[in-house]
Ligand binder design. Structure first.
Ligand SMILES: Nc1ncnc2c1ncn2[C@@H]1O[C@H](COP(=O)(O)OP(=O)(O)OP(=O)(O)O)[C@@H](O)[C@H]1O
Ligand SMILES: [Mg+2]
Length: 238
């Protein structure tokens, strides 16, 4: 096995008395496409936030490309190559799609390189026709694609996508699946989703979180057929 791109050890997030993420050991190889699933409140978003620096771990460690992330800011972590699309929309309605992408690209690139990257990213996500539209005027699914493009613009080595298909139409979800599979050819991608059809379509290895703990990990078909996984989705304890 090669050295993991991302590795967590005992990663834990506590909010007062609630342990949202409980001693998670998780790793992702370079170029891997991984799905992370689990019922509402399982700790998926909190886990992602500790990887991107938005949330300081209560215990445990995150190592990216061999570099410990402890004490690093979100900006420093972005520069190291982790991009996150959060579950809560993170776009400015008053900016055009192109302006939004430029802002994102300029976080890690000089202006001229950022400009070139913006055009390439618009094409990659298939939203070049929306470039001059204000983000606030777009349909929900289109905004999701803009957010995806913003995360992609700095060319991260690891993309964290928290419920990217939420609010999309069936056609948009299919297109998103194709885009993610394509992206995974040049970066590692971890996708949190509740849409099991989508997970089956794009999934390879799936990790399951339940009550902050990793319940199981394995090939998509095996994990989705696992009785323990079915039980946690039905609200039965594992
Ligand atoms: N800022 C916070 N303060 C207090 N509790 C929090 C905070 N953020 C999350 N929690 C709690 O931590 C637990 C995990 O929440 P988290 O949002 O990480 O779950 P999730 O798996 O992303 O859920 P969903 O599928 O609904 O998005 C929940 O019990 C939640 O209420
Ligand atoms: Mg969440």
């Amino acid at each position: 096995m090669t050295t993991p791109l991302l590795q967590t050890r005992g990663l834990t997030a506590r909010f007062g008395g609630v342990t949202a993420v409980d001693q998670v050991d998780f790793s992702v190889q370079p170029g891997e496409l991984r799905c992370l699933i689990g019922p509402n409140g399982a700790g998926k978003s909190s886990f992602f936030k500790m990887l991107s620096g938005q949330l300081k771990p209560s215990a445990g460690s995150v190592t990216f490309n061999g570099i410990p992330l402890a004490g690093k800011s979100t900006a420093q972590i972005a520069k190291l190559g982790i991009g996150i699309k959060t579950q809560v929309p993170n776009v400015f309605d008053g900016l055009t799609v192109r302006e939004s992408l430029a802002l994102a690209a300029e976080r890690t690139l000089p202006p001229q390189a950022a400009k070139t990257r913006v055009d390439a990213t618009l094409d990659r996500v298939g939203i070049a026709d929306l470039a001059d539209r204000k983000v606030g005027q777009l349909a929900h699914g289109q905004r999701q694609l803009v957010e995806l493009a913003m995360v992609l613009a700095p060319s991260p080595d690891l993309l964290l996508l928290d419920e990217p298909a939420a609010g999309m139409t069936g056609d948009e979800v299919l297109r998103l699946g194709d885009i993610i599979v394509e992206l995974a050819k040049s970066a590692a991608v971890v996708v949190v989703e509740h849409d099991m059809a989508f997970i089956r379509r794009i999934g390879r290895v799936v990790s399951v979180l339940n009550r902050g703990r990793l319940l199981t990990e394995g090939p998509v078909a095996q994990v989705l057929d696992d009785q323990r996984v079915r039980d946690v989705y039905l609200g039965r304890s594992a």
